[in-house]
Design a binder for this molecule. Structure first.
Ligand code: TXA
Ligand code: MG
Length: 317
């Protein structure tokens, strides 16, 4: 199906991707149509070896070798100067985002197809990223050719994106590979405003200017601690709204009313990331009108969780 120019959703270790032949402009256009994705938002190109990655770029810096040695295959995407790829893939940019995933189904798909695969997350544009085949069905049924069901994806948040064309390197999107781990390889990092979760008009990472990860309910993110959060929950309930509460095991029993979803133990931050997008979708299914979410400590993979919550939020307190 990939060779014939079709669309195949597949699991990676982060989230499900919606793949097409990265070398076929028409196939790539279909991705944008299926997702309703703005054409100025470029795609990540997925490869199954370092050699394949090198073939996509003009220069392969030493830094790329060091990062690949340490983090590939895995949830790190590198932005480098592109060689010839269809403009549709890179939205006309001089750079390309390259990722060598670790998931066996993703790797097998790329290898058997015999070509690099362009793939955004397999959700409708603006919706939370899919972490199960069921989520892909919810968003894209009837719009794509195949779904490879590999169960739920381990990390549950999208890859870390690092621009290595700049000095210092720029973290464009936090993900499972923590900034502190990257700094051990590349030295000091610059954080893009998008990585910090701020609204950006002119995007450093083009996709970052769009509203993201949005459940249907309005999401209020509370940075000011759990006591403040309890107050916000109370006042939303008093408005007569059906309130969802997104929290962790350590704080879940503070809430006596509302629909409480715990993402997991703070002491196991990976579980919190793993459950994030499923939980946002669950609130929609439960008909929640407003989600009050807790901000987590800004470290490791929780930095990525907070980033997704900020982008989904219509209000930050
Ligand atoms: O974990 C992941 O990265 C998943 C799986 C499927 O691999 N993919 C994913 O793709 O999250 P997507 O399209 O949802 O997010 C890719 C992000 C977008 O924000 C896009 O703007 C940015 O990567 N991007 C792509 N090419 C870029 C480039 N050349 N320069 C800067 N940002 C780029
Ligand atoms: Mg996406």
């Amino acid at each position: 199906m990939i060779r014939r120019g079709g669309l195949v959703a597949f699991p990676t270790e982060t989230v499900y991707g919606l793949g097409a032949n990265a070398l076929d402009a028409n196939a790539v256009k279909k991705i944008f149509e299926a997702k309703g994705r703005p054409p100025d938002n470029p795609l990540i190109v997925h490869v199954s070896s370092v050699e394949e990655a090198k073939a996509l770029v003009l220069e392969w810096p030493d830094l790329a070798d060091r990062l690949a040695d340490k983090f590939w295959p895995g949830p790190l995407t590198l932005v480098m100067k592109k060689r010839d790829l269809p403009n549709e893939v890179t939205a006309g940019l001089p750079t390309v985002a390259v990722r060598f995933p670790a998931h066996p189904i993703a790797l097998t798909l790329i290898r058997l197809s015999g070509m690099p695969i362009a793939a955004p997350s397999a959700n409708l544009s603006g919706r939370p990223s899919p972490t199960t085949a069921e989520h892909v069905i919810q968003d894209l049924w009837g719009r794509i050719d195949y779904i490879l069901d590999g169960g739920s994806t381990p990390f549950g948040v999208e890859s870390t994106i690092l621009d290595i064309t700049k000095r210092p390197c720029v973290l464009l999107r936090p993900g499972p590979i923590a900034p502190e781990d990257l700094e051990r390889v590349v030295g000091r990092l610059a954080l893009s405003r998008a990585a910090l979760g701020e609204e950006v008009e002119v995007a450093e990472a083009p996709g970052m200017k769009y509203r993201h990860y949005s459940p249907k309910a309005r999401l209020v993110l509370v940075k000011e601690g759990v006591e403040r959060m309890a107050e916000v929950v109370k006042s939303e309930i008093e408005k007569g709204l059906r309130v969802g509460i997104l929290t962790c095991d350590e704080h879940a029993n503070m809430y006596k009313a509302g629909v409480v979803i715990s993402l997991g133990k703070l002491s196991n931050p990976y579980s919190i990331a793993h459950n994030l997008f499923t939980s946002l979708r669950k609130f929609d299914e439960l008909g929640v009108e407003v989600i009050v979410a807790e901000e987590f400590p800004q470290k490791g993979i929780l930095f990525a969780v907070n980033n997704r919550l900020r982008k989904a939020a219509s209000e930050i307190i």
